[in-house]
Design a protein around this ligand. Structure first.
Ligand SMILES: NC(=O)c1ccc[n+]([C@@H]2O[C@H](COP(=O)([O-])OP(=O)(O)OC[C@H]3O[C@@H](n4cnc5c(N)ncnc54)[C@H](O)[C@@H]3O)[C@@H](O)[C@H]2O)c1
Length: 212
């Protein structure tokens, strides 16, 4: 079946969750699963799951459900997880170092090559085996390395400047942790991570309990 290129962002945002549960099922040796069983795991309704997966060609069989290995592989391909990516980080402070320290990204195919900072005291530091380099050298570095993803963990005042450097250097994917909406051309993908927003949602629900 043809893939639909106009899949909504809400569907795309559910795919990592499907993929995560399918990874767990594979690890447990489970070979097939119905949309109802997948619904019990993910919390999405069975019809929602069928609709979501139909966007990409279905994968399921009436009366059988889904082959876990096939679905895991196909969703992995749709998410681009069958590829390897190189990333760099600008901002080698608390968050930049924490990201560089987390080996799980590399295990998932996202290798962090280097960190960059403007603070001379940070330059030369190593986080695992990942060195902090002078941000002044970043354009040359990108020109000489294959870098697909630029990560921003600077304070918000520097974020747009760093985004501009990434864009001018030909990087197409920006993972932005700074609390600012970056201005960028349409051919650049920006994914924002807003830890505060998530915390505020938690706070909202805690407040709902308090008010009951
Ligand atoms: N630490 C967290 O848990 C957390 C949580 C939510 C959001 N954030 C956001 O992540 C970003 C980083 O937070 P942090 O706590 O790691 O800050 P931090 O101050 O520890 O680190 C920021 C680093 O960026 C460097 N930097 C600043 N401008 C630069 C530039 N133009 N070029 C190169 N390096 C530059 C600084 O020298 C510093 O080392 C902030 O935007 C913050 O709002 C952090």
């Amino acid at each position: 079946m043809e893939k639909d290129l106009q899949v909504s962002i809400t569907v795309i945002r559910r795919l990592p969750k499907y993929h995560r549960y399918l990874t767990e099922l594979l690890e447990k040796g489970i070979r097939k699963i119905s949309s109802q069983e997948l619904s019990n795991l993910t919390g999405f309704t069975a019809s929602q799951i069928r609709q979501d997966l139909n966007n990409f060609g279905g994968f399921g069989q009436q009366g059988y459900g889904y082959n876990v290995e096939d679905l895991h592989r196909e969703l992995g391909k749709i998410l681009g997880l069958d590829k390897k990516y190189n990333a760099i980080i600008v901002g080698a402070g608390n968050l930049g170092q924490a990201i560089a320290n987390y080996k799980g990204f590399e295990d998932a195919g996202f290798k962090i090559l280097s960190l960059f900072d403007r603070n001379p005291r940070m330059i030369g530091l190593k986080i695992r085996d990942i060195e902090v380099l002078d941000v002044e050298t970043i354009k040359d570095y990108i020109a000489n390395h294959k870098v697909e993803i630029g990560i921003i963990t600077t304070p918000k005042e520097s974020a747009q400047i760093i985004a501009q450097i990434y864009i001018e250097s030909g990087i197409k994917g920006i993972w932005n942790f700074a609390p600012v909406d970056l201005v960028h051309p349409d051919n650049i993908v920006v994914e924002n991570v807003r830890l505060n927003d998530s915390l505020f949602i938690l706070s909202y629900f805690l407040n709902q309990f308090d008010n009951k």
